[in-house]
Write a protein that binds this ligand. Structure first.
Ligand code: ZN
Length: 523
């Protein structure tokens, strides 16, 4: 019999603390929908009433979010020291949020009670007991986040136990042990959780909430589960302040695929990769390619000795089947690639290639990489190159000409691009302004081609990288442009190389559009 470990996602609160990320109310609603699609048990929405954005979010969530799997949770804190529960604003906001479950943060470290709250330990315990009693009395399921639990426990376990008991006796369903400063190590976490489990494990579900300051948040969460925790809090892609929170996209498959725990409803784990990428996209923060399970390199194999062996026995080189988490094996091809790698890549793409065509591809790769192309980083351009080698030619559009002009008029720079294309027998001419030449040619090309292919509307650029090769020649050097795009389902990268940065960008852009059209979903 498998045991269930509940997943509690705090991307919408802790996750949004990451520097450089800001989410609109609309973004938060979309993320909540994705989390429900994945099937986490709880989605924490943030602090109701904390600011106008959160007030709007909770109001809209109440009517617009139709969750089918997850329970929506409002977050708050215990009453103030020496305050009254029925006069406490935070507790009132929690009730007003009208969620079935609430999570409140409580001080469970004696140091924080006496130093941060400047009150007595008796009052510290009473704040927890009163608040839980008030909320359960109002019909809410109550989870209590025990802030600074591990640090507090190391100093004064007696008070930490008292804090737990205060919550449990008043009917909290969960006590969540937080490594708030993120400084704990797995062996400490396992030992402390084991002691807590022996003490209150029969009366309450023990949760774990880790931050990644020692790089151990995933390991600490798993150690807690070994110690008896059955509820894990974290964020998608490990987003969070400082070094981030425990990464649920790693923890979930670790528990479910390696340890036989059940974290998500049946059939949901294979949504992990796409949900991870959609949430990253919504927050405009790309998934680290090396992220376990969901990264684009997680199951990528570079040409070399073991490539032909992978063809024979994939599982000899992959720790799990990538399909289980919705990811895919990828063969990375570079000028070093031998025939076997190209053959595998061709099989992967469903292309028929005989020996002569494979030789053409290898020669072409060598020639282009010598010029400065780098196909490892540009899968989409590689695919187009291989298709062309088989005699394929894109017939979506034909470019007649492209022109881009930048001029300066009284200290303002203006850019305008004109693109002329043929689609079948029809000629399209479009002019667009942009905040720079690349933006202008991108807009003009899309407008011109988009007339015939409405799917282009769903495609947008996510990254534009320029690298100067052969830096010795300064502005005369060769420029490599890598351009990433997405249509919301698939991400791809194309490449252009030239001594002219506009030409390099244009090559990458044209290929990006062609690739997007080639893989447009059939409607
Ligand atoms: Zn936290």
């Amino acid at each position: 019999m498998s045991t269930t470990v509940e997943i509690f996602d705090t991307t919408l609160r802790d996750g949004l603390q990451v520097e450089g990320v800001s989410a609109t109310v609309e973004d938060k609603l979309r993320i909540a929908e994705q989390l429900d699609h994945l099937g986490v048990q709880y989605i924490e929405g943030g602090w109701p009433g904390a600011n106008p954005k959160d007030i709007e979010f909770f109001a809209r969530a109440a009517t617009e979010l139709h969750l089918t799997t997850s329970t929506f949770v409002a977050f708050g804190s215990t009453r103030r020291p020496r305050g009254k529960v029925d006069e406490d604003q935070t507790l009132q906001h929690l009730l007003d949020a009208n969620t079935r479950a609430v999570c409140i943060v409580a001080k469970s470290s004696d140091y924080h009670v006496t130093e941060a709250l400047k009150t007595t330990l008796d009052e510290g315990a009473a704040m927890i007991a009163d608040s839980v009693e008030f909320l359960t009395g109002n019909g809410r399921q109550v989870l209590v986040d025990m802030e600074h639990f591990f640090d507090g426990f190391k100093d004064n376990p007696e008070f930490s136990f008292r804090a737990l008991e205060a919550a449990v006796l008043k009917g909290a369903t969960h006590v969540v042990l937080c490594d708030t400063n993120g400084g704990s190590l797995p062996h400490e976490v396992e030992e402390i959780v084991t002691r807590v489990n022996a003490h209150v494990g029969n009366d309450v579900i023990i949760g774990i909430h880790c931050h990644d300051d020692t790089g151990c948040a995933v390991a600490n969460s798993m150690a807690a589960v070994r110690g008896g925790a059955r509820h894990v809090q974290g964020t998608l892609n490990g987003l969070g302040e400082r070094t981030g929170n425990a990464n649920l996209t790693t923890i979930i498959p670790n528990l479910q695929l390696k340890q036989d725990f059940i974290c998500l409803p049946e059939g949901r784990l294979e949504r992990l990769t796409v949900v991870s990428h959609r949430v990253a996209e919504t927050l405009n923060r790309a998934v680290n390619p090396q992220s376990p399970y969901v990264g684009s390199s997680a199951f990528a194999h570079k040409a070399g000795l073991h490539v032909s062996a992978i063809v024979r026995a994939k599982d000899a080189y992959e720790h799990v089947d990538p399909q289980l988490v919705g990811n895919d094996t990828r063969f990375v091809v570079s000028e070093m690639a031998g025939r076997a790698t190209i053959q595998m890549k061709a099989d992967d793409l469903g292309l028929e290639m005989d020996g002569a065509v494979i030789n053409t591809v290898i020669d072409e790769l060598k020639r282009l990489e010598h010029e400065g192309y780098h196909f490892e980083a540009a899968d989409a351009s590689l695919e187009l190159l291989m298709r062309r080698a088989t005699g394929w030619k894109q017939d979506y559009f034909e470019v007649e000409s492209m022109r881009v002009i930048t001029d300066e008029v009284s200290d303002t720079f203006n850019t305008e691009a004109t693109v002329k294309v043929w689609i079948g027998e029809e000629r399209f001419v479009f002019t667009a302004e942009g905040n720079g030449p690349v933006n202008a040619i991108d807009t003009a090309l899309r407008r011109a081609v988009g007339r015939a292919y409405p799917h282009l509307e769903n495609i947008h650029l996510t990254d534009y990288k320029v690298r100067i090769l052969d830096g010795g020649e300064a502005t005369g050097a060769v420029t490599r442009v890598l351009l990433s795009a997405t249509d919301g389902i698939r991400d791809w990268t194309t490449i252009g190389v030239s001594s002219n940065i506009i030409e390099a960008s244009w090559r990458a852009l044209e290929e990006s559009v062609v690739y997007g059209l080639l893989h447009a979903p059939v409607s």
